[in-house]
Design a binder for this molecule. Structure first.
Ligand SMILES: NC(=O)c1ccc[n+]([C@@H]2O[C@H](COP(=O)([O-])OP(=O)(O)OC[C@H]3O[C@@H](n4cnc5c(N)ncnc54)[C@H](OP(=O)(O)O)[C@@H]3O)[C@@H](O)[C@H]2O)c1
Length: 167
C-alpha cells in the first residue's frame, strides 16, 4: 500500500490558520491536482476536524474519517468513520483491493501516520499566502529524510513539490 500525503502549504509552511479554517485559500489549480491524485488512488484518509471544514464526502472516492467519537454515523455509502490504528486501516484497504491511498490531513492525522513510518510520498503545493501563525504539517516532532522527485510551477502563482520518503 502506497501512502501519499497531499497537502497545500502557505509560503510560510502553514496548512491552515486553526482547526476550523475552511481551506478556501489554495486556489483552483491546487484543488484540481488534489482531485486528480486522490481519484487515481480511489481512497482518502483524513481527520474529523478536516472533514468538518467541508462536511460532505469527496465524490468518487472512498473517504475514511478518523474519529474517536462513536456517535458519528455516516449518511453516505462512500464515507466511513473509524478509530482503528493506521496499520489496520491500510491492511483493510489493501484487502479491499486498493494499492494507493491519499492522506489528506490535518496535522493530527498526518502525525499518526508519520509516527508509524507509513508515509511513502509527500506532495505539497505552495500557495502565495502567509498566515504568520497556524497549523503545520505535523503537530509533534517527526523526522523524515526526503528525496525531491519533481518541482513544477502548476499555475501562475503555485508551485508543486513531490518527494519520496527515504526508508
Ligand atoms: N492545507 C491543507 O492541505 C489541509 C489539508 C487538510 C486539513 N487542513 C487544515 O487542517 C485543520 C484541521 O487539522 P487538525 O490537525 O486540527 O485535525 P485533523 O487531523 O483533521 O483531525 C483531528 C481529529 O482526528 C481524530 N483523531 C485524532 N487521532 C485519532 C486517533 N488516534 N484515532 C481516531 N481518531 C483520531 C480526532 O477526532 P474526534 O475529535 O472526532 O475524535 C481529532 O480531533 C483545518 O484547518 C484544515 O483546514 C489543511
Amino acid at each position: 500500500m502506497i501512502v501519499t500525503l497531499v497537502m497545500a502549504l502557505t509560503a510560510d509552511g502553514k496548512i491552515g490558520k486553526d482547526p476550523d479554517h475552511f481551506p478556501d485559500w489554495t486556489g483552483k489549480e491546487d484543488k484540481k491536482l488534489f482531485a486528480a491524485i486522490s481519484k487515481k488512488a480511489g481512497a482518502v484518509i483524513m481527520g474529523s476536524k478536516t472533514f468538518d471544514t467541508f462536511g460532505k464526502p469527496l465524490p468518487h472516492r472512498k473517504n475514511i474519517i478518523l474519529t474517536r467519537n462513536r456517535d458519528r454515523k455516516s449518511k453516505w455509502p462512500n464515507l466511513h468513520y473509524t478509530d482503528k490504528d493506521p496499520e489496520t486501516i491500510l491492511k483493510e484497504l489493501e484487502a479491499e483491493g486498493y494499492s494507493e491511498v491519499v492522506l489528506a490531513g490535518g496535522a493530527w492525522v498526518n502525525t499518526l501516520f508519520a509516527q508509524a513510518n507509513l508515509i511513502d510520498n509527500i506532495i505539497v503545493t505552495i500557495s502565495p499566502k502567509i498566515f504568520g501563525t497556524g497549523l503545520s504539517l505535523f503537530t509533534e516532532a517527526v523526522y523524515m529524510d526526503l528525496e525531491l522527485k519533481s518541482m513544477d510551477r502548476i499555475g501562475q502563482n503555485l508551485v508543486c513539490l513531490k518527494y519520496e520518503v527515504k526508508k
